[in-house]
Design a binder for this molecule. Sequence first.
Ligand code: CA
Length: 236
Amino acid sequence: MPATILLVEDEPAIQELISANLMRAGHHVLRAGDAETAQRIVREALPDLILLDWMLPGMSGVEFARRLRSEERTRAIPLIMLTARGEEQDKVMGLESGADDYVTKPFSPRELVARIKAVLRRRAPETTEDTVSAGDLCLDPATHRLTAGGKPVTLGPTEFRLLHFLMTHPERVHSRAQLLDQVWGDHVFVEERTVDVHIRRLRCALEPSLHDGLVQTVRGSGYRFSTQQESPAVAR
Ligand code: CA
């Protein structure tokens, strides 16, 4: 899945250059010339990553980063700071404001794209095209194929995204609300039981190859992808 990246940069030429390179790398780009506009965009829908210029008119990039980190809803958005400053002190301040990485201008577009990929791989692996596997179950986001023991498994698009998210975040329990945010998209108004419907379809698709037990129900909490045996307490 390509990532949606919010670029917050007030210099039109730099904004244009970065944006063109991100789109060439296959990302979807949202742009803002200041933090206030960026805030409105984030309120509408959460991007997968924010590229944030340090020096902005009005609210500074550092201040905006602090605000993002102080709010529950935006706390986990991967964040890369862009800046002309190279001072060690500034770098420390940038990272303290909650940035995942820090890129100093001038940078090569190729370097920036590589840094974005590294942060996404670490923070939002479901947005990368890396193949994920568990045992002999193998999911390839690039070709949109799932195989079990080398044999193709047919999945609907939602089940594919759901399984991709679960496989890239294994062993953790995800609530229905979290799965809706992550798989269906933040601010998409779908009932929580929709998740149950798609989990059921996903298990049905995995059943013939005996992989349905990997998608586990955690009673009262949600769902989890796990290669561990289910304990009786979390039985489906
Ligand atoms: Ca600037």
